[in-house]
Ligand binder design. Structure first.
Ligand code: PYC
Length: 286
């Protein structure tokens, strides 16, 4: 493996590591953990491999990945990709189509460098699902979520270990209840800041929690609000994360579900070259 340029950013505290060039999709699985996990990274990082798009109208194609495997879509990661493409001088403010395995996303880079992503079709699959002592909804927002509010835990930073353990148990129960596709658990609660509408704790597939309000999780939440007629099309929902970072969401109705738009800001934090020495016992990561 040749040295690899990576650009790191964070979106609402959640890290993204973009590989702009130099790795093919075919080789991703071989190097996935080497690129994002220890000792070159850590378990929380979401990777974003850029590849040539299929359509001439797209700015790029991206495959998101984490410590557990590939992700269909990633909202915070897409905001990080757009900030990175701008940092590299490859795009300017405007609308940019980006291809993902879950579908094409239209990302608007605003002049103030906030990014709005018009996400893939999202919908609520089931409501009132009982699993592991809680009742919640199954919804798709680019990834599959189980969302519940009756978990009985305070959504505070001090509770992160407890929230993680509870979410892992809920995820096993959701699988046993017949929803094996669910790989993200979203615990809902009231916001700490009265300017916002709700707070969440999101457990990601590899057992880490999302520091951001989770773009696909916010989309799943919007799908549930739309299904319950608790938020009108075009109205703003301000979703707060477990660390207090915020995404703004809204949606458009379609016949099959909703198209959510999620807005946030990413900051580039590092531009580095990763090395994978052949004598390194951890060349492929821990
Ligand atoms: O923002 O969609 C998201 C996301 C998924 C996993 C981590 N972040």
């Amino acid at each position: 493996m040749q040295p690899l340029l990576v650009i790191d950013s964070h979106t609402g505290g959640e890290p993204t590591r973009v590989i702009p060039d130099g790795l093919s999709l075919a080789d991703l699985e071989k190097w996935r953990r080497a690129i994002i996990c220890e000792p070159r990274g850590h378990e929380v990082i979401v990777g974003a491999l850029l590849t040539p798009p299929k359509h001439a109208t797209s700015a790029a194609a991206v495959t998101f990945f984490n410590n557990a495997g590939l992700l269909g879509m990633c909202g915070h990661g897409m905001i990080g990709v757009i900030a990175t493409l701008h940092h590299l001088g490859r795009i300017q403010p405007g609308v940019h189509e980006i291809e993902t395995p879950a579908g094409t996303v239209a990302a608007t880079l605003h002049p103030d460098l906030r990014v709005s992503i018009r996400n893939v079709l999202s919908w609520r699959k089931a409501a009132g699902v009982k699993a592991g002592g809680v009742t919640g909804d199954i919804a798709y927002g680019g990834n599959w979520f189980f969302l519940c509010a009756d978990h009985g835990l305070a959504l505070t930073k001090a509770n992160i270990r407890e929230l993680t353990e509870a979410s892992l148990a809920i995820r096993s129960a959701v699988h046993e209840a017949g929803f094996p596709e669910v790989d993200h658990i979203e615990l809902l609660g009231p916001p700490e800041n009265a300017e916002n509408h709700g707070r969440n704790f999101v457990l990601c597939p590899g057992g880490e929690y999302d520091r951001s309000p989770c773009g696909t999780g916010t989309s799943a939440k919007l799908a549930c609000l739309a299904a319950d007629k608790k938020l009108a099309p075009g109205a703003i929902w301000r979703q707060e994360s477990i660390i207090g970072s915020v995404f703004e969401g809204s949606y458009e109705n379609t016949e099959d579900g909703i198209i959510p738009t999620v807005t946030g800001r990413a900051f580039v934090t590092a531009e580095s070259t990763l090395h994978f020495h052949q004598d390194d016992p951890f060349q492929k990561g821990l």
